[in-house]
Design a protein around this ligand. Structure first.
Ligand code: NAD
Ligand code: UD1
Length: 338
């Protein structure tokens, strides 16, 4: 079995993916430019999966560097997570996002063209669905991304589908993540956003730790049972296992396969449910205040996960309690991140 090239492997999701793969006997080459991560994340992943992870510092837009990696390492598949992911920043700097995310992927594919690697797993996002109204969201729901970041994801999905359409030696999985949260059970790897967290769980952790002011609950008048927004939170370890399931499933599919698969739990939880669960399982207080809606937020978003069960033989196992417990363990053990 060849190695898995994990672009963006030093990041939040990538580090967990490498640990899951490494502990199942896969060997990984982590390729990252550390623009939004720390080499320490890779070192800690290496401790959790001894001997399984090699690290290369490079940018996916550096085609020559990619070619060198592909020539020197025995790579048989790619999990492509490298990318910029801040929705708000993508609105301010659309050109930067297009260059890093879309052109970066083009460079990666260009380098792969000269190699024998034809198995490709891509990190897409539920954000491609935009303001979907019918729940749960199936993969055939209309796409309508509401930000340059979301447009990048859709453009890359289409680029990959076109590639496999023209050259059926490719097998591609585009995985549309819902809301990844939590951390590895050891508490040694996890998510540490730079600056004030935009996402709910990292903010809850930092507010509970007294590092931030009260959590602002954005919107209390949504058409949901308690009035707060509902999302499909998925434990990052379940998500990581979903990547391994995709890597296992792809080689068994017909040549030219392109699968687009939601990775979520299929269950929605409101902001107040998350906060109350976090307080209960961790025995801590999360200071909070009710606030107005955050512009751009949808009221409810959760996945139809039947395709993942069917095609990947995968479904999530961990509960909201697990997510809250593991997120807090990471926060307590690493108050300043890596
Ligand atoms: P992250 O920022 O922690 O990880 C991304 C990694 O990619 C970082 O280590 C960063 O340094 C690296 N990177 C960025 N540009 C690069 C480049 N040009 N060359 C090499 N490395 C580069 O983010 P994450 O949360 O781990 O997300 C991983 C992927 O999953 C991203 O593509 C993101 O868009 C996607 N995704 C994330 C979420 C989420 O909620 N975290 C949801 C849906 C999709
Ligand atoms: C955001 C991104 C989405 C990305 C997802 C991944 C936007 C518009 N969307 O989605 O592209 O795929 O993260 O995790 O940025 N909330 C609060 N207070 C806070 C923070 C959040 O009440 O301080 C609420 C939000 O209003 C929402 C829920 O918590 O109802 C989840 O928010 P968040 O974690 O930011 O995720 P999304 O908005 O779903």
């Amino acid at each position: 079995m060849g190695r898995v090239l994990v672009t963006g492997g030093a990041g939040y999701i990538g580090s967990h993916v490498m640990v899951v793969l490494g502990r199942k006997g896969y060997r990984c080459v982590c390729l990252d430019n550390f623009s939004n991560s720390s080499p320490r994340a890779v070192e800690r992943a290496q401790v959790l999966a001894p001997g399984a992870i090699e690290a290369v510092e490079a940018d996916i837009r550096d085609t020559e560097a990619l070619r060198r990696v592909l020539a020197g390492a025995d790579i048989s598949s790619v999990i492509h997570l490298a990318g910029l992911k801040a929705v708000g920043e993508s609105v301010e700097k659309p050109a930067l996002y297009r260059d890093n995310n879309v052109r970066g992927t083009q460079c990666l594919l260009e380098a792969l063209a000269g190699s024998g690697v034809r198995t490709f797993v891509f990190s897409s996002s539920a954000t491609v669905y935009g303001n979907a109204t019918a729940m749960p969201i199936g993969e055939d729901a209309p796409t309508a991304p509401a930000s340059p970041y979301g447009e990048n994801k859709l453009e890359i999905e289409r680029m990959l589908a076109k590639l496999a359409g023209e050259d059926p030696s490719w097998r591609v999985a585009s995985l549309r993540y819902f809301n990844p949260v939590g951390a590895h059970e050891s508490g040694t790897i996890g998510e540490h956003p730079s600056g004030t967290p935009n996402n709910l769980m990292p903010y809850v952790c930092q507010a509970a730790a007294g590092l931030r002011g009260p959590l602002r609950v954005f919107g209390t008048d949504y058409p949901t049972p308690d009035g707060t927004g509902i999302r499909d939170y998925i434990h990052v370890m379940d998500l990581a296992e979903g990547h391994m399931a995709a890597l296992t499933a792809l080689p068994l599919t017909p040549p030219g396969t392109v699968m687009t698969v939601n990775l979520g739990t299929g269950m929605g939880h409101s902001v107040l449910e998350v906060v109350d669960t976090f307080e209960r399982v961790n025995g801590v207080k999360v200071p909070r205040e009710l606030a107005g809606r955050r512009p751009g937020d949808v009221p409810i978003c959760y996945a139809d996960c039947s395709r993942a069960r069917q095609l990947l033989r995968w479904s999530s196992r961990r509960t909201l309690e697990d997510m809250c417990r593991d997120a807090w363990r990471w926060q307590v053990l690493n108050p300043a991140g890596y």
